[in-house]
Design a protein around this ligand. Sequence first.
Ligand SMILES: [Fe+2]
Ligand SMILES: [Fe+2]
Length: 227
Amino acid sequence: MTTDQNQSPITGEEFVAALNHENQEALDRLGRLSSAGEPPQELSIDRLLRVALKNELEASEIAAVWMATTSELDVKLAFARQAGDEARHYRLISDRLKDLGVDADAIDPREGGYSALFEYLRQLQSTTARVAAGQFTREAIAVVRNQCFIDFCEARGDHQTASLYRDIIQPDEKHHHELGWKLLERYATNDNEQQVARQAAGHTLELAEEIQEMARLKAGISRAPGC
Ligand SMILES: [Fe+2]
Ligand SMILES: [Fe+2]
C-alpha cells in the first residue's frame, strides 16, 4: 500500500492525531445537539433502547460484511471482534428491555429499513476508508452519544441502564475507536490514503448529524445512544 514515491511527508501517526483533532469539533457539536433542550417527558428509556438495538445491529452487520471482504489480516480480525462485541451489546440491551417489561423478542430493528449511514458505510471498498469511517469515527460518535444517554438515565433515576452503558458497553466502544486509531496509523501513510480517510470520516460525521437532527425533529428523539 505504501510506496516510496507516494510517501507522504505526514506520517500515519501525525495524520491520525490531526484527524482526531478535526473530528473533535463535529463530535462536540453532536454532543451538544444530543443533549440540547429539555427532553419531552414521554421520551422514555425503553424508547431510546429500541433505537440502540437498531444501531447495534447495524454496527455488527457492517463489521461482519467488512470482515469477509477485507484482505489485511489485522483489520479483518478487528472487524470480527467488533461484529461480536456489537452483537453482545444487542443481547444485553434486549435483556435490559425485558427487565423493563418490554417484549424485546418481538422487536425487529430492521423494520423501517436500514439507516443512510449503514448504506453509506456498506458501499465503502477501501480498507482505509472503512477503518476511518466505521471504527475511528463511528465509534467516537458512539462514545459521545452514549455519555449523553448515561446522563439522561441517571437524571431519570435508571441507574441500572446507566451502569450497563458506563461499565460494559462504553469500554468496548472506546476500544473499537482505539483499534481504528492504531489501524489507521498503520494504513493511512500516504497522501492518497489520508485523503480517502479524511473524506470518509467527514461524511460519516455529516450523516450522523443529519440522522440525529431528523430523529429529533420528526420524533422528538434526542439522547439516543450510539452503537
Ligand atoms: Fe462499537
Ligand atoms: Fe455497540
